[in-house]
Design a protein around this ligand. Structure first.
Ligand code: C2E
Ligand code: CA
Ligand code: CA
Length: 888
């Protein structure tokens, strides 16, 4: 920018160059004219000075000559009359001196000695002066005599003071006209000069310039107060013996301005102005013109830039631009418009019809309406319409247009068109996608509903499931004052059918039961299957009118109807527990627990029964609660301890093992049996802790027996499922360093080994690896499949006492027990019979091949010390007479 400015200012100066050149030329001409004028003036001055000086010289010469002539006359007179009397001399001279002259004195020196002088006054000293003896005047005096002519010399400083010119004349006298002496006249130089006109009209200097006998330099003896300028006008006067040079210059010097110089110069300046000013004006005009051209160029550049940008914008937006004059109806289309509307580019003009013809017939009317409305309202608009392409396709056009008025007031519409076919297609696609998405959403919604239904319903029976029930219970929880009754329904013998006829049959039974339930309950009641063979009915009906006990009885009756499944006539039953909310504070969850307790009670009292939760059950619940607290406290205080029941070899009756059985030594209630505390302990999840303490104490006692040399080979403990799942179990057992075979774990057959996970099997393997024997307790109660039990390869099977007890009466039982014993033998698994209550049982079992016997007939469970005494006493041996041991 700066560079540009500098350039333009330089260029600006450029316009003045011709003017400047002319100005220079004029200046030079003016200076020359001025110099010329001055030179002429100086010449004029010089000539006038020369003239003046010439005049002065001739006056001076005239005066000198006049004085000389005067004296010459006197000298001539004196020559004739050398003996003139002094009075006559004085008289003569005073007459001469009276005349106009510059004579100052006259001395007559006959034979070089002054004897007369005029005027005497002031010149007395000259009398008697002998020129021959006077140093200063001798040469001159002798020269006058020798040359015998007048010799003028001067100026000289006079003895009397002042300066003078001395004219010395030879005087001849006598008949022979012989040399007589010298007359010496002194002319007053200053007077001479003054009377010659040497005043202040000029600057003058008079120099004594040559003196043949004197080589001294020129000496000025007269000068005007103003010093003569250089280059003066010179003139010489030969006064006889010397030459005087007069130098003069005008009083105001050579450089004095003439009177008309000012006017001359003003004239010149004016002339110069007249010549130069127009030149500058032209330069200025040129510059202005150039500036305007630059401005115009700049504007043009900007316009170019703007139109380039516009073009770029149009190119980038791919907009076609059109313009329509509403008066002349002239339509102008740019190249892209022509492309959009399939109009050849070479066509010179486009008309409204070009547009109309291209637009899709269905869209023409709408587009025209908008167009006309805009002409009227002058408001901009945006619209879309379709255009038919040459190849029969469709092009979507987006049009934006607005009106404007030209400077002349004509109304015009300018518009831009874009090809938005892709957008339109995309839009259509999006719409399609949206529709699809909506359909999918509906499908999803349906699926969700199905899933929700599924999540709330049991797939098998299509009854609501536990989750649904929980929701309903939640709703009922907000105490709305309405009654709430729950029936907990549990099918009896369902497991048997499942086990004997298979799961498909089981499923059939469940479906049947669900159908029966659904058919027998009113619509307003809610029934759900909450697991296995359990159902819950939820009713908000008034229990006083509904009579749920009667309903339950009807349900049980209906369910108990025999059903035909896979050709089998099946009979199932049901037990029902009822709980009704009496207290608004009672939560639905508590109510469900109550119904469960009632159900449990119904089952306890024999199946196919209805029990309603009542105060007695509530009391029992409280009891259980108290028992729970007691158990926990008892565990803390170590109130659980083992009793020991020995096991005997069936042949030798030697003690081969001891089973440790848990007893709770309650501080107030005394010893409590496992069947009282175990179910509660189980619900408290503390059975594993009981097992652990019993094992610890049993092992402690075993060490004690060993110490006493009793030779008890092994001790058995009961191990619960909880205990088996105790994570630290194996590590704890390892730490105990148990001798191989000295410890047996009795696992209940009911621990369902068929469904046991790998973790449980793994634990059992690890236990075996530690040398601890595995014994299946309560074997033969039919809970587990024999195959899966044998897969565990236990050390022993312990035949349940419910199989043992009826042995004597039933041969079927005998063969069952025998086959168990035989299977064991094949598999190298020993058998233990428990619940051996009589010696007949013992004998029979021995004959069946059972290895070990345990039961009241031989010994009851005993406290540790009692067992020690018992074992030492050996009172059970035949030789000691077998008597039952003390009861626990
Ligand atoms: P179980 O393992 O079957 O124990 C044998 C039960 O039968 C013992 O009852 C025992 O006193 C009893 N009994 C022994 N001989 C006879 C007899 O000739 N006739 C009759 N009718 N019964 C006899 P107990 O001690 O009341 O134990 C009941 C159950 O409690 C045990 O059955 C066992 O399953 C469980 N139990 C006992 N102690 C523990 C323990 O420490 N941990 C675990 N988890 N369960 C234990
Ligand atoms: Ca046992
Ligand atoms: Ca048992």
């Amino acid at each position: 920018m700066n560079d540009r400015n500098a350039k333009s200012s330089f260029r600006g100066l450029g316009y003045y160059i011709p003017a400047i050149v002319v100005a220079f030329a004029v200046l030079i001409a003016v200076l020359l004219a001025d110099a010329q004028k001055r030179r002429l003036e100086e010449e004029y001055l010089r000539s006038s000075t020369t003239e003046q000086l010439g005049l002065l010289r001739s006056r001076l010469e005239g005066n000198i000559l006049g004085n000389i002539k005067l004296v010459q006359g006197l000298v001539a007179t004196f020559s004739t009359e050398p003996d003139m009397s002094p009075a006559h001399f004085d008289d003569l001279l005073s007459r001469i001196f009276r005349e106009e002259n510059q004579l100052r004195s006259l001395a007559i020196a006959p034979d070089f000695v002054v004897n007369r002088v005029f005027p005497l006054k002031g010149n007395e000293r000259s009398l008697g002066l002998d020129y021959r003896k006077n140093e200063r005047q001798r040469a001159a005096a002798l020269q006058v005599m020798e040359q015998d002519r007048l010799i003028v010399t001067g100026p000289v400083d006079l003895v009397q003071g002042g300066r003078g010119v001395i004219a010395r004349y030879p005087i001849h006298a006598g008949k022979d006209n012989a040399f007589f002496g010298i007359a010496s006249a002194v002319i007053n130089l200053d007077k001479l000069l003054a009377s010659s006109g040497f005043n202040d009209d000029l600057k003058i200097a008079v120099t004594l310039s040559s003196k043949p006998h004197d080589s001294g330099e020129a000496q000025i003896f007269f000068a005007t107060p103003d010093t003569v300028d250089a280059n003066p006008v010179d003139m010489t006067i030969d006064i006889g013996h010397e030459t005087w040079t007069m130098s003069a210059s005008p009083l105001k010097g050579w450089q004095q301005p003439s009177a008309d110089l000012g006017a001359f110069r003003a004239g010149l300046a004016l002339l110069a102005m007249i010549i130069v000013a127009p030149m500058f004006w032209v330069g200025y005009l040129m510059k202005e013109r150039h500036k305007h051209i630059l401005t115009l160029q700049d504007r043009e550049d900007r316009l170019e830039t703007v139109s380039q940008r516009l073009q770029l914008a149009l190119d980038a937006s791919k907009a076609g631009v059109w313009e329509y004059d509403t008066e002349s109806h002239a339509l102008s289309w740019d190249a892209r418009m022509r492309t959009l509307y399939n109009v050849p580019q070479e066509r010179e003009t486009c008309v409204y019809d070009d547009w109309r013809r291209a637009v899709h017939p269905d869209d023409v009317e709408g587009a025209e309406r908008i167009f006309e409305a805009t002409i009227e309202t002058e408001k901009p608009y945006t619209t879309e319409f379709r255009v038919r392409t040459g190849d029969g396709g469709i092009r979507h056009i987006l049009e934006h247009a607005m009106t404007y008025r030209t400077s002349s007031g004509a109304k015009r519409i300018v518009g831009a068109n874009w090809d938005v076919t892709e957008d339109a297609l995309l839009q259509a696609e999006l719409l399609q996608a949206k529709l699809t998405a909506e359909t999918q959403n509906r499908a999803l919604e349906d699926a969700r509903r199905v899933m929700e239904h599924n999540s709330l319903h049991d797939a098998l029976t299509q009854l609501p499931n536990r989750r649904f029930l929980d929701q309903q219970l939640g709703l009922a929880g907000n105490g709305d004052g309405r009654p709430l009754t729950l029936l907990h329904i549990d099918l009896d013998r369902f497991k048997d059918i499942n086990d004997t006829l298979g799961h498909a049959a089981g499923d059939e039974v469940l479906k049947h039961a669900a159908g029966v339930l659904r058919a027998h309950i009113p619509l307003e009641d809610f029934i759900a299957r909450i697991g296995g063979d359990e159902f819950v009915l939820l009713s908000r009906r008034d229990p006083a009118q509904a009579d749920f006990t009667a309903l339950s009885a009807r349900l049980i009756e209906a369910i108990s109807e025999p059903i035909l499944i896979e050709g089998h006539d099946c009979r199932i039953g049901a037990s029902i527990g009822i709980a009704t909310r009496n207290d608004a504070d009672e939560s639905p969850e508590q109510l469900l627990v109550n119904a469960d307790i009632a159900l449990y009670e119904a089952k306890r009292r024999g199946r196919n029964r209805v029990e309603a939760f009542n105060d007695e059950l509530r009391l029992r619940t409280v009891e259980v609660k108290r028992l729970s607290d007691d158990i926990l406290r008892g565990l803390e205080r170590g109130e659980f301890r083992p009793f020991f029941q020995p096991q005997f070899d069936a042949e030798t009756l030697e003690i081969v093992g001891v089973e440790a059985l848990a007893r709770w030594e309650h501080p107030t209630r005394g010893f409590i049996a496992p069947d009282v505390f175990l179910p509660v302990a189980e619900s408290l999840n503390v059975v594993a802790r009981i097992d652990e303490t019993i094992l610890d104490q049993a092992l402690f006692q075993a060490t004690r027996w060993e110490g006493q040399g009793l030779g008890i080979p092994r001790v058995s403990v009961n191990v619960s499922c909880q205990r088996l799942r105790d994570e630290g179990l194996i590590d704890k057992l390892k730490a105990m360093n148990i001798r191989r075979g000295a410890l047996t774990f009795e696992l209940l057959e009911s621990i369902s080994f068929d469904t046991a996970d790998d973790g449980l099997r793994q634990v059992i393997e690890e236990i075996k690896a530690l040398g601890i024997d595995i014994e299946i307790d309560d074997f033969g109660t039919g809970h587990a499949s024999i195959v899966s039990l044998l897969e565990l390869s236990p050390k022993r099977l312990k035949i349940d006492r419910r199989l043992v007890q009826p042995l004597l009466e039933s041969t079927a039982q005998q063969s069952l027990v025998r086959s168990i014993i035989d299977i064991g033998k094949v598999r190298d698994i020993e058998t233990v019979a428990e619940g051996v209550e009589t010696l007949d049982h013992a004998a029979l079992l021995r004959s069946l091949g059972c290895h070990t016997l345990q039961g009241y007939a031989l010994a009851r469970p005993m406290a540790a010390d009692d067992f020690l005494a018992f074992a030492k006493g050996r009172s059970w041996m035949p030789d000691a007479g077998i008597t039952p041991a003390k009861a626990s």
